[in-house]
Write a protein that binds this ligand. Structure first.
Ligand code: KG4
Ligand code: ZN
Length: 343
């Protein structure tokens, strides 16, 4: 089986070709970073126009690189949400048009599901597993039990984890995108320099909160009385990163308990989403997993941030089960991943 994937839900225009043998034949990603950087964040209107300018060429390049024609495809998978709706519509229209002209099955893929299943493309992970989904828009702990079977055990009650990194970067005067900039700065900083709060400390359950931590960073910066210099920014970045990773590890620890009650024999923790690129987070999750008798799987960086290989793979998974979508499905700005359980 060979599937074309299309991703346009945020600020990456992407097209990829993936087989059911877990072979990534092409994975083209065009980042719009430079276009949004002057604004310090993604501008939806600019994103949608840029997707429109580039998606045809990226699909062509992916097909050429994989040396396949449209005839050879078994299906076309596209992110149908959640995301910035103008961009999602560009991808969905492209996929619908190609599916109709080439007479191929179409898969409407939830972007979060694509992140959630990536570890099965990269590492052939078996169901069920406990997933920490950490992106710019979402922070969730999910029991992934099968394709389309997701139990959300915890979610953020305010900011997403990636958003917290991005806002911290802004407060520190670090460049956009914030996550990688904070991680880079933190390398030269002292994580014990500022005692920042661990959100939800001691509270039961697996939900997250990051807005209090962001406020604490803002207050710390304010107290300096001037824009932070390089060392001051590094120390705050390191202290922030330590607080985030500590808080996330504690919530994930609670989730392991809930997950283990559901699936006593499963022992796999997976981290996915753009923030999974963060090495401090990976290390702290690795330590946690080991202490609980779990193994941590983190897909390679290129598959953690937004890409179309994960969308194509979700298409493979869905097509294998005979799941396809009609040409008239609608792009969705919001699309929760699955059933929410009280944890
Ligand atoms: O999954 P993703 O590429 O897009 C969404 O679906 O949101 O995640 C993007 C988020 C951004 O907030 C970005 O700052 C964050 O992931 N991020 C990081 C790192 N690399 C990307 N956060 C912390 N450390 C990193 N190294
Ligand atoms: Zn994403």
């Amino acid at each position: 089986m060979i599937v074309l994937g299309i991703e346009t839900s945020c600020d990456e225009t992407a097209a990829a070709i993936v087989t059911d043998g877990r072979d990534i034949r092409a994975n083209k990603v065009l980042s719009q970073l430079a276009e949004h950087a002057p604004y310090g964040g993604v501008v939806p209107e600019i994103a949608a126009r840029s997707h429109l300018d580039h998606i045809d060429r990226l699909v062509r390049e992916a097909m050429d690189e994989a040396r396949v024609g449209f005839d050879a495809l078994d299906g076309i998978a596209v992110t149908g949400g959640p995301g910035l709706i103008g961009g999602v519509i560009v991808g969905v229209l492209t996929a619908k048009t190609l599916a109709q002209v080439a007479g191929k099955p179409l898969c409407n893929v939830n972007h979060l599901e694509a992140h959630a299943l990536t570890c099965r493309l990269s590492d052939d992970v078996a169901f069920p597993y406990l997933l920490l989904l950490a992106t710019g828009g979402h922070t969730q702990l999910v029991a992934v039990e099968g394709v389309g079977r997701y139990r959300v055990m915890g979610t953020t009650i305010d900011d997403a984890i990636g958003e917290a990194f991005d806002k911290t970067a802004k407060l520190l005067g670090l460049p956009y995108p914030g996550g990688p900039a904070v991680e880079r700065a933190a390398k030269a900083g002292d994580p014990a320099r500022h005692d920042l709060p661990r959100p939800m400390l001691g509270k039961p359950g697996c939900d997250f909160s990051f807005s209090g931590l962001k406020t604490a960073v803002a207050i710390t910066v304010e107290r300096l009385g001037h824009a932070p210099d390089v060392q001051e920014a590094a120390d705050i970045a390191a202290s922030f990163q330590a607080a985030v990773t500590d808080a996330v590890a504690r919530r994930t620890r609670n989730a392991i308990e809930v997950f283990s009650a559901l699936h006593p024999r499963a022992r796999r923790l997976v981290v996915a989403g753009g923030v999974a690129a963060n090495m401090a987070l990976r290390t702290s999750l690795e330590t946690l997993a080991a202490s609980q008798g779990f193994t941590l799987t983190a897909p390679p960086l290129a598959l953690c941030s937004d890409n179309a290989a994960m969308v194509a793979w979700a298409g493979v998974e869905r097509l294998r089960l005979g799941l396809t979508d009609p040409l008239d499905f609608r792009a969705r700005p919001r699309w929760p991943l699955g059933e929410v359980i009280g944890a």
